[in-house]
Structures are given as C-alpha cells and as structure tokens.
Design a protein around this ligand. Structure first.
Ligand SMILES: Cc1cc2nc3c(=O)[nH]c(=O)nc-3n(C[C@H](O)[C@H](O)[C@H](O)COP(=O)(O)OP(=O)(O)OC[C@H]3O[C@@H](n4cnc5c(N)ncnc54)[C@H](O)[C@@H]3O)c2cc1C
Length: 388
C-alpha cells in the first residue's frame, strides 16, 4: 500500500508541486529496484553496496540542494524531504544518503573554501566520495564540548589523535568531517575545530561495522586516528569555530529526523491497515474488531497531527525561519510517535509482527535509534526548556 496515495489522509499536504511529484517517482523506483530486493544481503554484510552510491549519484539523488556548479542540482530542500520520505516508505534504513547530502555537504557549502568545495562536493554528488561526520567518542556523546580527539598544529599540517564511535557511513567513508580539540588552553567549545579528513591518510583506520540492534544495513563503525597528518588546508572554517559551525544547521538536522520518523509512522500504519484487513481471526478480519479500529483511528489521528507540524516546520525551513525549539520539538515528538505507532502496529500483527519477514518487525527494531541519535530526546527537551 502506498502511504501517500492510497490512504485518504484527513488533511491534504500542500508542500509539493508537479516537479516534486516526478522526482518522487524516480526515487520510489530506485528504492523498489535497487534497494528492496537486496535488503537481506545488505543486512548480512552490514552496509549497502558501494556502487549503490554511484547509481544514486547518477540519478541526482545525492546532494540535490548543492548548487550545480559543485555537481548538485541546486533544488530546494523539499527534494531532500522526498528522498527521506521515500526511503521510509520503502522500509529502508540502510542508505546513509541523507547524512551525506543534507548534513556533511552543507558544512562544506556553508563553511568550506572555494578549493575545498571544488575538491569534495562534485565527487560527493556523483557518489564517488561517501561522506560521514564524526562527533561522538567513546567517552562523550551528548556533551559535545568534552571531545577529546586532538589536532595539534605542526608546520603546514595538524596531527590528529583520538577515536570516534557510532559513525554513520563510517565503514564506506572516503571523507570524514572530524570534530577535534585544537587548543588545550581554551575550555569547552571554544577549542573545537572541524577537519576534512581523507580516510586514505596514513594513521587513519576503521573498525568493523558495529553490531546494532536494528538498522543492520546501515554501516556504523568506530574510527581511529593515530598521528594522522591532516594538511592545514583541510581545516574547515576557522580554528575554534567548530562548535559555532555545528550549531548553525541544527534546526534542519533535527527536522530531518522528524521527517524520517513521520514517514516511517505512515509506512507502519499503511502496512498494518493492509494486514488487519487481510488477516482473519474467529472468521472475521482483524480490522473488524473494535480494538483494532480504535487503535488505527488513534494512530491515524496522531500521525496526521505530527505530519501537519512537520510540514509547517518544513515551510519555515524553506523561509529560513525555523526556530531551534520547534526543531527540537519535532525531533523528540515525532521519534516518540514513531516508536509508539510501530509498537502498536506490531501488536496488531500478532506473532507475525515479531517475524523479520514482515516489514513491521524490521520497523520495530529500526525505529528505536531515532530517540537516541541527532541529540537524544532528553537533550531536545533540555533545549526547549531553556527557551521557556
Ligand atoms: C545508529 C546510530 C548512528 C549514529 N550516527 C552518528 C554519527 O554519524 N556521527 C556521530 O558523531 N554520532 C553518531 N551517533 C551517536 C549519537 O549521536 C549519540 O549516541 C548520542 O548523541 C548520545 O550520546 P551517547 O551515546 O554518548 O549517550 P550519553 O550522552 O552518554 O547519554 C546517556 C543518557 O544520558 C542522558 N543525558 C545526557 N545528558 C543529559 C542531560 N543534560 N540531561 C538529561 N539527560 C541527559 C541521555 O539522554 C541518555 O539517555 C549515532 C548513534 C547511533 C545509535
């Protein structure tokens, strides 16, 4: 069932035009043909195929919002939204395209020198370069100011030492934006800087993909830096400005998670509606029981409420006015909603909901991380509370 077209949602969406619809078709076909049939293999190897990135690049699915002069399509962020939604509607959690295109590429575009943009962005848009961003360390996640990885200036280079953990796209990465401490004198965030690190540099190594509960096809790994000599011209922006740069795009990055979670909830709802109509118990479809109908009525209402909030936030992103607290609210509320919806949907599937052959079971193990990454939901509430 198609969550966008086959379900009569209560309030129609108003964000998209015909060009967006045509792009959505291309993206939908890509996931149906290139991702869904290979899912089990991707999960077994713990990452998607490397050439999937090239195929996505050839279709203009990577870095769509990056200007054409740097290899992108120069389109608005609704195209990114479509990519994230269609990935969720395909039930996929393996492709790390959104992080690559809508987080890493934006740092380069917003803060990179002309030479850095020319060096990296066209190859990111074509899929030749897979990009990641490494903030989290074994000893620090939520408290980013406590990063211990160090970059010490030495002539025309910085010497990088330390390690990172839970890095999405890490295993396949060719480029990693690394958050490191450049000044041991200055406290907390004032000493953080960002580096564009080529993963082929001597002293850079990757761990094996981590064994996660879900999202098994998404490559997530540890990265190690042992006296990695990073050329000084790969410093992004200015020394000590790392934290400020990281803060700049946070509203969009949090809304991205809300977008994926809302689409994920729509997908779970569509799958479950179909299932309870088909499945007969006591000679009647499961859909006919009052409990099923009330559960689905609640789920549909709550998804619709979340959808309107997310689309309104998206409108504000397009206008450049999304507030930090609205973005944090969208991230925590929609990821909580996804978990609640998927759990109820598993229950409505009975035992089949616990079998990985069913998309709802996969959704159940995949969804949980959304409340943790991108800033935990507790940190989101802290941000909202600070602005009360
Ligand atoms: C699948 C996956 C992919 C990821 N991808 C990336 C990536 O690409 N790049 C990257 O850098 N990181 C990535 N991460 C890391 C992720 O961002 C961190 O796990 C997250 O920020 C939490 O940090 P932590 O794990 O150290 O938990 P901690 O910071 O140790 O938190 C533990 C608990 O304490 C709570 N807590 C912490 N501070 C407060 C507070 N002030 N008030 C109340 N409660 C608090 C947290 O909410 C949490 O419940 C990924 C994680 C996962 C699971």
């Amino acid at each position: 069932m198609d969550p966008l077209n086959d379900i009569p949602w209560m309030l129609p969406r108003t964000l998209f035009n015909e060009d967006h619809a045509a792009f959505r078709e291309t993206v939908r076909r890509f996931f149906a043909e290139e991702v869904v049939p290979h899912r089990e293999r991707f999960e077994a190897q713990q990452h998607v195929d490397r050439d999937l990135w090239l195929k996505a690049g050839a279709l203009g699915m990577l870095c769509p919002t990056i200007p054409e002069v740097y290899g992108g399509s120069g389109v608005d962020r609704r195209y990114s939204m479509i990519l994230m939604e269609e990935q969720a509607y395909a039930g996929d959690s393996g492709c790390g395209f959104a992080l690559h295109s809508d987080i890493v590429a934006n740092y380069l575009l917003n803060f990179g020198s002309e030479a850095q943009k020319q060096q990296w962005l066209p190859r990111m848009a074509s899929g030749e370069v897979v990009a990641a961003i490494a903030m989290t360390e074994p000893g620090t996640g939520s408290d980013l100011q406590n990063v211990q990885t160090k970059a010490v200036r030495d002539g025309d280079s910085y010497i990088l030492n330390g390690s990172k953990i839970f890095i999405t796209n890490g295993y396949l990465s060719d480029l990693v934006i690394v958050v490191a401490r450049t000044n041991s004198e200055k406290p907390g965030s004032a000493a953080l800087s960002l580096f564009l690190v080529d993963t082929r540099l001597p002293g850079f190594s990757k761990g094996n993909p981590l064994k996660k509960v879900g999202m098994k096809a998404q490559d997530t790994c540890e990265l190690f830096f042992n006296d990695v000599r990073v050329p000084a011209d790969q410093l992004l922006g200015h020394e000590g400005m790392g934290f400020v740069m990281l803060m700049q795009e946070l509203a969009w990055e949090r809304l991205m998670i809300a977008i994926m979670c809302t689409a994920g909830a729509e997908f779970a709802y569509a799958e479950t509606l179909q299932y309870v109509r088909d499945r007969k118990v006591f000679g009647k479809p499961v859909a006919s029981f009052q409990n099923s109908r009330f559960q689905l009525a609640e789920i549909k209402s709550e998804i619709q409420i979340g959808r309107i909030f997310v689309d309104r936030c998206m409108q504000q992103i397009l206008e450049g006015s999304l507030s930090i607290d609205a973005a944090a609210a969208s991230k925590y509320w929609c990821s909580d909603l996804l978990c609640k919806v998927v759990d109820a949907c598993v229950q409505l599937h009975g035992g089949y909901g616990y079998m990985l052959d069913y998309p709802i079971a996969r959704a159940w193990i995949d969804m949980r991380a959304n409340r943790i990454y991108g800033g935990t939901n507790e940190i989101m509430k802290e941000i909202i509370a600070r602005m009360l």
